[in-house]
Design a protein around this ligand. Sequence first.
Ligand SMILES: Cc1cc2nc3c(=O)[nH]c(=O)nc-3n(C[C@H](O)[C@H](O)[C@H](O)COP(=O)(O)OP(=O)(O)OC[C@H]3O[C@@H](n4cnc5c(N)ncnc54)[C@H](O)[C@@H]3O)c2cc1C
Length: 437
Amino acid sequence: MKTDVLIVGSGCSGLYCALQLPEDKKITIITKSDVESSDSYLAQGGICMLKNDADYDSYFEDTMKAGHYENDRESVDIMIRSSQDVIHDLLGYGVDFARDENGALAFTREGAHSDKRILFHEDITGEAITSKLYEAVKKLPNVTIFEHTTMVDIVEEDNICYGAVIRREDGTLETVEANETVWACGGIGGLYRHSTNFRHLTGDALALALHHKVRLKNINYVQIHPTTFFLRDEQERSFLISESVRGEGAKLYDKNMNRFVNELLPRDLLTEAIYEQMEKDHTEHVWEDLRTIPEEELRTHFPNIVEHCRQMGYDVTKECIPVVPAQHYFMGGVWVDYMSKTSMDRLYAVGETACNGVHGRNRLASNSLLESLVFAKRAAKQMSGELTQKAKQKPELFAAVDMAAYEDDEKLAKMYHKEVREAIAEADRRMEESKTA
Ligand SMILES: Cc1cc2nc3c(=O)[nH]c(=O)nc-3n(C[C@H](O)[C@H](O)[C@H](O)COP(=O)(O)OP(=O)(O)OC[C@H]3O[C@@H](n4cnc5c(N)ncnc54)[C@H](O)[C@@H]3O)c2cc1C
């Protein structure tokens, strides 16, 4: 197959990138599962926006503080200053954010935000955004989406990417020649026992980056979400009890139903405090009390959380629910510059797969949808310029691909997962060593 742009991943970053590319270019999106099975559809809390100029310093500081000041300041500045433009686009695609009684956009707050600056749609903001992006993409005649199609390798030479090797649902292997390739492959939660992510998100782009010497950054910066519904079955995806619930007043209790922590601490510090409490109490979870939120607000702002807990046997208007931390987000990833270019020519990375340094060591709540969209748009802008020039083709490279190397998909996946896990552990070990040196 031949295409102008190959986008690997159909989450919000992949779809939005496709929407921003020139309509006279052939764009191919592939996704490992169906389009609705991406973490973008799972986002509950919301998406940040710079409300007005007066909020800039405070928003910047909140992002930096949550990231332990390891954030790339320019990336943070780009994200914040581009937020109104992205939200304007989303409204144009028909995204229905909550409004106040005067019809103006309504804002909520989450942990570590010093002000209300998060737009939301009930507690299914990700679905509200991504489904509209998907609708818009479906209307574009130049974009084709192949579901249940997995990238198993890239085709490159001399640090230039010429396309990829893909596996179709029926197991058939094929090559895709592309002028530009975009990794929009999401996070790494599928590598962990407890994670809020879809199980098929296993950091495949990282494995390929390791194989082809594409630069990585901060790959041991993994965020654990402090509050997911406690489940004994570790194979199930963990259900998130959104941070906005705590932003709106929910409290955390130890085994004796006493508060033990400031619930609005940044995620990593709150997670640490919960683990400490669980160890002290010899328990597998702590308790979260949503009864502190007026029932009417609970039902209108958080209907899915209320319903999920009901299905699990808990009435949140009458009782506390058991919660435990779980892997949630990946701050590190494939290193990219401010236009989302990787260290390999004609290869871009966007969304959770990429690391432009915006989140530092810890992501501020509701910054990831925004960051994914802002930098996907920048990638599209950069590629649009490059696509005006004729790209060098290398058909001989594709003719020489040894398809037999990809035939055993289970063995290949195991190898990739092991390599990524080892690379993360190694990065962790090196960081610990440098601290003690
Ligand atoms: C439960 C939950 C709640 C969240 N809540 C919020 C929130 O309130 N606010 C916020 O800002 N962020 C939130 N996040 C984070 C946010 O949803 C993600 O960071 C963001 O959606 C990532 O988008 P993405 O496009 O990078 O990846 P995703 O949406 O995860 O999409 C990844 C895509 O890549 C595809 N893929 C992966 N590997 C391959 C491969 N080898 N070949 C082909 N396709 C592949 C997948 O099939 C998928 O289509 C939440 C995350 C979770 C899990």
